[in-house]
Design a protein around this ligand. Structure first.
Ligand SMILES: Cc1cc2nc3c(=O)[nH]c(=O)nc-3n(C[C@H](O)[C@H](O)[C@H](O)COP(=O)(O)O)c2cc1C
Length: 173
């Protein structure tokens, strides 16, 4: 079994695309490190097998969870995530939804922390332009922010740097 389970939900394919770009970056370090799952067709039991988790979530419908995550998250409750290390990547649109940028990240982060997991992969808010975000804590986000609508050109560099950071913080380097 791979060490890291990467679980994503995606309505129009952006988060799915980023998930496989992330996996390709992890694969450069070790091709057996990451296995990818769509939360729309997997179970919390599959997720709970992993000590190391990467979760990809877009924000939809002005500050709401993506549909598959909306179904999946309630099913996670009751599971004990103590000792698990979780890093989230959030996908959103800062220009179009500047008052709700990456909000779903904040909701997912609250849930995994309430279940006992430790959160890694925080990312500076510097370099983004938005008004409000439930993903923001002081000067950082609770996840890396990926914006395929407004800053797609910055995505490849963000992926490389974030994967490196997460491996370091997971102590898997
Ligand atoms: C109707 C609609 C509502 C959206 N609401 C938000 C939002 O509240 N916050 C945000 O950051 N992005 C929002 N977005 C942008 C999406 O998160 C973004 O396009 C993302 O890349 C979609 O990911 P997916 O293709 O994996 O579903 C919204 C997009 C649409 C079309």
């Amino acid at each position: 079994m791979a060490k890291i389970g990467l679980f994503f939900g995606s309505s129009t394919g952006n988060t799915e695309y980023i998930s496989y770009e992330m996996k390709a970056e992890f694969d450069k370090r070790d091709p057996s490190l990451v296995e990818v799952f769509n939360v729309g067709s997997s179970s919390p039991e599959q997720m709970m097998k992993y000590q190391y988790l990467v979760m990809g979530i877009p924000t939809w419908n002005t500050g709401q969870l993506q549909d598959d995550w909306e179904v999946f998250i309630p099913k996670m409750s009751g599971h004990d995530m103590t000792g698990k290390k979780v890093a989230i990547f959030g996908v959103g649109d800062q220009n179009g939804y500047g008052f709700n940028f990456l909000d779903a990240v904040g909701m997912l982060a609250d849930e995994v922390m309430a279940l006992g997991a430790e959160l890694y992969g925080m990312w500076p808010v510097k370099g983004y332009e938005f008004n409000e975000s439930l993903a923001q804590v002081e000067d950082h986000f609770l996840s890396v922010g990926i914006d395929q609508d407004g800053q797609a050109d910055m995505t490849p560099k963000r992926i490389v740097a974030w994967v490196d950071q997460v491996l370091e913080e997971f102590k898997l380097k």
